[in-house]
Design a protein around this ligand. Sequence first.
Ligand SMILES: Cc1cc2nc3c(=O)[nH]c(=O)nc-3n(C[C@H](O)[C@H](O)[C@H](O)COP(=O)(O)O)c2cc1C
Length: 356
Amino acid sequence: MVQANSEPLSLADYERAAQAVLGERARSYIGGGATDAITLADNQAAWSRLALAPRVFTGVAEPDPSVTVLGSRLPHPLIIAPTAFAALTHPDAEPGIARAAAATATTICLSTLASTGPAALARAVPDCRRWFQLYVFSDRGVTGELIAAAEAHGYDALVLTADRPVLGIREAELRHAVRGGEPAADGAVGGAAPADFSARIDPGVTWADVERLAAQTRLPLIVKGILTASDARRALASGAAGVVVSNHGGRQLDTTLSGADALPAVADAVGDELDVLVDGGIRRGTDVVKALALGARAVMIGRPVLWGLGVAGSDGARRVIEILLAELQNALALTGVARAAELDGSVLAPAPWARR
Ligand SMILES: Cc1cc2nc3c(=O)[nH]c(=O)nc-3n(C[C@H](O)[C@H](O)[C@H](O)COP(=O)(O)O)c2cc1C
């Protein structure tokens, strides 16, 4: 008799498995989108509206997935997006995600609102390549402390989130009164409900602050949450080294452009001067290929890592990344492209199904 394989094989399998094991609070916190969740759904749909135009007989047996980001060669273009309060999902929390990152040579971007602070994470998993995501607090002393901690503990970049001056309206979260759980070991902000941070994150940050931050730190500054060419140019003028084209996973302002649809104009405007990254709805290796073909140097992955963490702790997070990496290799080989870094618009074609 043939035995059915019940192991999750795809990120979608992990999503289903996570729905089954996570409690309502964690499910609504991770899964939620702003108001009608139109952008949340479109983030994923937009990648499937692009068709691939593969080349055959290119002799590519083993494609090289490596890319260059901030002047460093990375073995592949996957970066773990900053997500707050991983302890809500599984006790392995951010150290578990960081172990998964280290095992797969993936960079982890630690959230300011993580359940583990930057110093504690670095001590727990010293061998992971790491970036630190920054929110600017009304008390600039707290922001300064976070920057100093990131600089002192081996973080390679600061990722300043731009698209959350105030919290988006997430009804699922409001219904389930999501709280952050245990306080961060050495973070400045642990233990409160996500909504409580509205009072502490400065809603009045301007490009002048970005300029000051870029000048204040020796780390490269990446601005996350850019959706227009003009803002990408402002980031460049303010001293940023990169931008992440992102709508915060559809959790902030609903009915914005998806990452996939906003990326080409940003890459066009600043792609020669800045490292352009993208996130939102990336669930398949083919999505990563399309992101790179549209001008991104790397991609960030948010919810899928949390699904893996929720299902099987650090091992589950690692499996999610391994699955996506295997799919990326497969997609590169079948697209006939030798190097991920060489991907360009020639592998994309108008998708007839997107015009319907
Ligand atoms: C549960 C959760 C928490 C998040 N927390 C943060 C955060 O603290 N800082 C931040 O810049 N982005 C945060 N984000 C947004 C992610 O960094 C990323 O932009 C988004 O999740 C990417 O979309 P994806 O989940 O479809 O991959 C969060 C996203 C989720 C799902």
